[in-house]
Ligand binder design. Structure first.
Ligand code: NAD
Ligand code: MG
Length: 347
C-alpha cells in the first residue's frame, strides 16, 4: 500500500504526544494533532512569549523535561540550533524506553549534533510548507504534503508511529513521501540556499539593481523584479512550466527561452554544485554551528545589510499603498527575536 493510503492515527491513539516548541511548526502541529483527537501537551521554557500563546490555545504547558517524562512521542520543534542542548538536558535523561523522538528537519541527527539513544525510535515528518500553511490547509479539510523517514526503529512500531503523526497533522490528506534523514536534510538545505531563499532573493535584488543603475525608477524596478515574481510562482505552483507558458505573452516566452539560460547558466550550475558539496560533506553545518556558538556576528551583519537595501525602502512604501495586501495573520506571537532563524524554509 502506498504510505498516503496506509497512514492513520491509530498508533498514536491513547498515547501521549509532547510537542517541544510552539513557534511556526510547533503550534500548527499541536493544533492539528489535537483536532485529530490526539492527546497533546506542550513543553516550553518558563516565561517565554509562546507559552502565553499555547495556554491561550487551551494547551497544558510544562517544562520540556516534565513533558518528555510523560510522553510516548516527543516532537522536537524548537529552533534547530537549540536542539542539541535540549536533547542532552531534557530529552535523553527522561524519554521512556521505546519512546519516539520526532523531528521536522533532519539536520541535528544527520550531522551527528544529536546522537539519539539506541532504545528509542527516531523519526521525521517534514511538512513541505511553513507552519501557517500546515494549519490553514488542515482547517480547510486539506493538508500540506510531508516527507517522512525512519532513522531508528527500536520499538518495532516506528513506521506506524511516523505515519500516524503525519496523518494527525493532515499530511496524509494530500501526499506522504518516504525519504531518509540524509535526503531530507541535504535537499532542504540545498533548496533554501540555492533556489528558494538564497537563489530567488538574490535574483530579485540583482535584477532590481541592474535596472536602477541603468537609470530606471526604483518603483518600476520593484514591480518588475519583486512584486510580479508572485504571479509567476503561482502559475508554476499550479501547473508547472506549461501553466506559465499558457498565461504569459509569446514575447515573454521567447525572451524567457532565449535569455533565461544566459542569466542562469553553467556558471550558476557550477556554483550550485559547490553549495551542494558543502552541504554533503558537512562544511555548511559546521560553519553554521560555529557561527551560532560565536553569537552570530556574521549572520546578524549580513541580515542587517539585506534589511537596509533600497529595495526594502521602496517596497515598504509601495506595499503601504496596496490596499489588497492584508497583513499576514501571525501564527504565533514570536519571542523577541532569538539570534537565529530556523533553517526550515517551509519545506
Ligand atoms: P520557531 O522559531 O518558529 O519556534 C521555536 C519555538 O521553540 C518557540 O516556541 C520558542 O519559544 C521555542 N524555544 C526556543 N528555544 C527553546 C528552548 N531552549 N527550549 C524549549 N523551547 C524553545 O521554529 P520553527 O521555524 O517552527 O522550527 C522548528 C523546527 O521545524 C526546526 O527543526 C525547523 O527546521 C523545522 N521546520 C520549520 C519549517 C518552517 O516553515 N519554519 C518548515 C519545516 C521544518
Ligand atoms: Mg525547506
Amino acid at each position: 500500500m502506498n504510505p498516503t493510503q496506509e497512514a492513520n492515527i491509530d498508533a498514536l491513539k491513547s498515547r501521549r504526544i509532547g510537542v517541544l516548541g510552539y513557534g511556526s511548526q510547533g503550534r500548527a502541529h499541536a493544533l492539528n494533532l489535537r483536532d485529530s483527537g490526539l492527546d497533546v501537551r506542550i513543553g516550553l521554557r518558563p516565561g517565554g512569549v509562546t507559552t502565553a500563546q499555547a495556554r491561550a490555545d487551551g494547551f497544558a504547558v510544562a517544562t520540556p523535561a516534565e513533558v518528555v517524562s510523560s510522553s510516548d512521542l516527543v516532537a522536537v520543534l524548537t529552533p534547530d540550533m537549540v536542539q542539541p542542548q535540549l536533547y542532552r538536558e531534557a530529552i535523553a535523561p527522561h524519554l521512556r524506553r521505546h519512546g519516539a523522538l520526532l523531528f521536522a528537519h533532519g539536520l541535528n541527527v544527520h550531522y551527528g549534533m544529536i546522537e539519539p539513544r539506541t532504545d528509542i525510535d527516531v523519526i521525521l515528518v517534514a511538512p513541505k510548507g511553513p507552519g501557517a500553511l500546515v494549519r490553514r490547509e488542515f482547517e480547510h479539510g486539506a493538508g500540506v504534503p510531508c516527507l517522512f523517514a525512519v532513522q531508528q526503529d527500536a520499538s518495532g512500531h516506528a513506521r506506524q508511529r511516523v505515519l500516524a503523526y503525519a496523518a494527525g497533522i493532515g499530511g496524509a490528506r494530500t501526499q506522504l513521501i518516504e525519504t531518509s534523514f540524509r535526503e531530507e536534510t541535504e535537499t532542504d538545505l540545498f533548496g533554501e540556499q540555492a533556489v528558494l531563499c538564497g537563489g530567488a532573493t538574490e535574483l530579485v535584488v540583482q535584477g532590481f539593481e541592474t535596472l536602477v543603475e541603468a537609470g530606471y525608477q526604483p518603483e518600476v524596478a520593484y514591480y518588475e523584479c519583486m512584486h510580479e515574481l508572485k504571479l509567476i510562482v503561482d502559475l508554476l505552483y499550479e501547473g508547472g512550466l506549461a501553466q506559465m507558458h499558457k498565461y504569459v505573452s509569446e514575447t515573454a516566452q521567447y525572451g524567457d527561452l532565449t535569455r533565461g539560460p544566459r542569466v542562469i547558466n553553467s556558471e550558476t550550475r557550477a556554483r550550485m554544485r559547490e553549495v551542494l558539496a558543502e552541504i554533503q560533506d558537512g562544511r555548511f553545518a559546521r560553519e553554521w554551528v560555529a557561527e551560532y556558538a560565536a553569537g552570530n556576528p556574521r549572520y546578524r551583519a549580513l541580515k542587517q545589510r539585506d534589511l537596509e537595501h533600497p529595495i526594502e525602502k521602496v517596497g515598504a512604501a509601495l506595499r503601504a499603498q496596496m490596499g489588497w495586501l492584508q497583513a499576514p495573520k501571525p501564527v504565533a506571537k514570536r519571542a523577541p527575536r532569538s539570534p537565529i532563524k530556523s533553517t526550515g524554509t517551509g519545506g
